[in-house]
Design a binder for this molecule. Structure first.
Ligand code: COA
Ligand code: MG
Length: 285
């Protein structure tokens, strides 16, 4: 069963109202943040609030991902202890530079039966991390990449999205080579719907599964752009049908709308239908 990750909303773990609100938002996944969106003096309260909130539940089928502070920071150990009691689906490790960072976290999770099944996701947001994307993607427990475009822009001295395209695509290559989910970075101007829609469309066309979001106003756009459109679903059905008819005639190629359809196009068509089904299933739940 594939899981949709069209809309992946950050929520600062310190914000009780936002945590509550998320239970009714149509997001595919939530990143509960203990790292940069939480001030130093709020870290302990945020961690306690998040533990209680996750144990109480109410988030339905939404994927639950907790962004912890780095394990070598003052808060890392306490964040991990919280993970063991609240048991989210995944830990999101910030500022990952190498496979060793993941191996170190995986060893800590291995040592505790309460975290036997916890996935690891990596923030890809440092130049060193991007250069090591392939080994990071291959590391134990890895299930997803999240692009940290704000940190990356800072470290690169990049001022435009265009300047980060190489980094985005390196991470996509590594994620696809190792079967990980790959989620695009945030769009900071959260009231600019048109700009968000354009950036979502670009990310979708690159191959991202979805977009990280910072505000509820961004959810509908990401859900719409990253879902297969009715036209795409219709085309996928027609391609599969035409190819099956060609096969029945002993032929390996069909033609639909003036374009050839081979085995590989049928695989893409089936993936499109599977994604549409997964979205429909999660929306019905
Ligand atoms: N997740 C869930 N709910 C959120 C939310 C979020 N990320 N951001 C805002 N909300 C809620 C608010 O609690 C408020 O709910 P209410 O109507 O029940 O009171 C409602 O949405 C409207 O919020 P609004 O007043 O428009 O925004 P704000 O001024 O309170 O907050 C931000 C704006 C940008 C500070 C806030 O959206 C935020 O903190 N986003 C996340 C930032 C983050 O996590 N960064 C780290 C990764 S880049
Ligand atoms: Mg960051």
């Amino acid at each position: 069963m594939i899981r949709p990750y069209r809309s992946v909303l950050y929520i600062p773990a310190s914000r009780a109202r936002a945590l509550e609100k998320a239970k009714s938002l149509p997001v595919d996944a939530i990143i509960f943040d203990l790292e940069d969106a939480v001030a130093v003096e709020e870290k302990a309260n945020a961690r306690a609030l998040l533990r209680d909130t996750l144990i109480e539940g109410g988030f339905g089928t939404r994927a639950q991902i907790v962004r912890i502070n780095g394990i070598d920071t003052d808060w890392g150990a306490d964040d991990l202890a919280m993970i063991a009691s609240a048991k989210p689906q995944a830990i999101l490790l910030p500022k990952v530079n190498s496979a060793q960072d993941i191996e170190a976290l995986a060893a800590l999770l291995d040592a505790n039966p309460d975290t036997a099944d916890t996935e690891i996701w990596a923030m890809m947001e440092t130049p060193e991390g991007i250069l090591n994307a392939a080994e990071i993607a291959a590391a134990p427990r890895m299930a997803g990449f999240v692009m940290g475009t704000n940190d990356l822009a800072k470290d690169l001295g990049a001022r435009t999205r265009e300047a980060m395209v190489t980094s985005l695509q390196i991470c996509l290559l590594a994620a696809r080579a190792h079967g990980l989910a790959c989620i695009d970075g945030v769009y900071n101007a959260f009231r600019d719907e048109e700009g968000l829609a354009q950036e979502c469309a670009q990310g979708r066309d690159f191959g991202f599964d979805g977009k990280t979001l910072i505000h509820p106003a961004q959810v509908a756009t990401a859900n719409a752009v990253f879902a297969p459109s009715p036209e795409e679903i219709d085309l996928a059905r027609r391609q599969i049908e035409a190819f099956e008819q060609a096969e029945a005639r002993g032929e390996g190629v069909a033609v639909v709308d003036g374009k050839i359809v081979e085995n590989l196009h049928v695989a893409t068509a089936r993936a499109t239908l599977a994604k549409a089904d997964a979205i429909a299933t999660s929306e019905a739940a």
